[in-house]
Design a protein around this ligand. Structure first.
Ligand code: SF4
Length: 467
């Protein structure tokens, strides 16, 4: 299983109401993007910050929220990439400098963070965390200390950053949203009756009953204050690189990312699979929940029934938070239970969103076969993942990725499926409705949208953590 990245939010209330309750609900809606830590920073003449480990509803309570006063604020949900849970890495991160204070929340990964950090350290900068977010914060603050305005400071810092970043920044008098020039990570804008919100996913606007306005453009800086909202676009590249995985797995199906409804993409992926498949089966079934739209799309095109074969226990946490292999195996059985009455003696087309190491697929196919399934034909919602992501998604090393050096047939044998089909890259682009020039396909092709070869040898998780 791949791990989600982070989620960010920023809210300004022109009506002067405290924004922390809305940020709390926004983070709750973005919980799927990070479950290890969460935090909120607000401003009402002074900065207020609450950050901690755990899920949003577990960490925040009424007391904490009522202490977070102010009509400007930002929030963050995060997971740790090293497996270590550290409070110092929880965000928003607050930095005080000679001209004021700044709080920052980041989703993405700065590929050259270590190089930038070393250079800052040489000039005497101390660091309190291991995050690349702190590198961004210090770079911005240094420019502000030279009396540069926030837009100039951020523009200059953007010139140095290589990688992906969607940022929400809180200063004494404004909320700023920034999206990297390739638009790798999502960020969108909503507004209703004097309240302006930027958030990683549009589902936040649905929850808060806010009107979705548009995506923050790649390379755009939005400055939101009592004077209104101003847009600056110092970077306008002739290509984009939206992460294809947001559509396949990470984003919630009810979100609209870069103007495209995620649910429709997933349904279309299932339909395209169906158009290219003639395997004989009694029914098609998803590994719940993420693969449901794939299976529904497939069922419609092939005119074979959609049925459930696995029931999910909704009260079990994500398997990756469990520390060892034995615990993870137990978690799969606890989390997914075969529906014996549907499965026994049946030929099943089984959908999953992706295959990473192959261990989960193999365990699930075993579960179904032990429950009496006659055949299990695995269909995958994305092409083979061959290279690890360098742009903000936590993946195993290349060596651990089952598709890095194995053919589809070898993978089929290893996971124990009766047949195995991945989506083609062409079909993926067709389902999303974007071409090579608009998508990041780095983990599928090894061709990343930014120059990373120079930084490839850097042991990132040992020193710098992704936000
Ligand atoms: S390498 Fe893959 S997971 Fe990473 S940003 Fe690109 S498409 Fe997304």
């Amino acid at each position: 299983m791949l791990r989600d990245k982070c989620g960010v939010v920023g809210i300004y209330s022109g009506l002067g109401t405290d924004v922390s309750p809305s940020i709390f609900y926004a983070l709750y809606a973005l919980q799927h993007r990070g479950q290890e830590s969460c935090g909120i920073a607000t401003y009402d003449g002074e900065f207020h910050i609450e950050r901690g480990m755990g899920l949003v509803p577990e960490f925040f309570d009424l007391n904490k929220l009522s202490d977070l006063k102010g009509n400007f604020g930002i929030g963050h949900v995060r997971y740790s990439t090293t497996g270590e849970s550290k409070i110092e890495c929880a965000q928003p991160l607050v930095t005080t400098h000679s001209k004021g204070t700044l709080a920052i929340a980041h989703n993405g990964n700065i590929v050259n963070a270590m190089e930038l950090k070393r250079s800052l350290e040489k000039s005497g900068q101390a660091f309190i965390s291991t995050t690349d977010t702190e590198v961004i914060a210090h770079l911005i603050v240094r420019r502000l200390a030279k009396d540069e305005d926030i837009v100039t400071a951020i523009t200059e810092v953007m010139k140095k950053l290589i990688g992906s970043y969607s940022l929400t920044i809180l200063t004494e008098d404004m909320l700023v949203a920034v999206r990297d020039p390739l638009g790798i990570r999502p960020l969108c804008l909503g507004e209703t009756d004097g309240t302006t919100i930027v958030a990683s996913e549009s589902v936040v606007f649905d929850v808060l009953n806010i009107k979705f306005i548009r995506d923050v453009k790649p390379g755009e800086i939005l400055v939101i204050s009592e004077k209104g909202m101003k847009s600056y676009r110092p970077y306008k590249l002739n290509r984009k690189a939206h992460c294809m995985f947001e559509y396949v797995y990470f984003a919630r199906p009810d979100s609209i990312i870069n103007g495209i409804p995620v649910y429709s993409v997933r349904e279309k992926i299932g339909m395209l699979h169906g158009e290219n498949d003639d395997v004989e089966a009694d029914f098609v079934s998803p590994i719940p929940d993420s693969a449901i739209p794939f299976a529904l799309g497939y069922s419609r095109v092939r005119d074979i029934p959609y049925m459930e074969s696995l029931i999910r226990n909704r009260y079990v946490g994500r398997t990756f938070i469990l520390p060892d292999q034995q615990a993870r195996e137990l978690a799969v059985r606890l989390k997914l239970n075969p529906l014996l009455s549907n499965v026994k003696g049946k030929k099943i087309v089984l959908f999953d969103d992706s295959i990473v190491r192959g261990t989960t697929s193999s365990r699930i196919i075993n579960l179904l076969k032990d429950a009496g399934a006659e055949e299990v034909h695995m269909r995958v919602g994305c092409p083979p993942i061959k290279r690890l992501c360098k742009l903000g998604i936590d993946m195993p090393t290349d060596r651990e990725l089952i598709a890095s050096d194995k053919s589809v047939e070898a993978i089929r044998r290893e996971i124990g499926a009766d047949s195995l089909k991945y989506l083609s890259i062409d079909n993926l682009m067709e389902a999303i409705g974007m071409g090579e020039n608009e998508l990041c396909l780095g983990c599928l092709t090894g061709k990343y949208p930014v120059e990373i070869s120079k930084y490839e040898q850097v042991p990132l998780p040992a020193f710098i953590e992704k936000a």
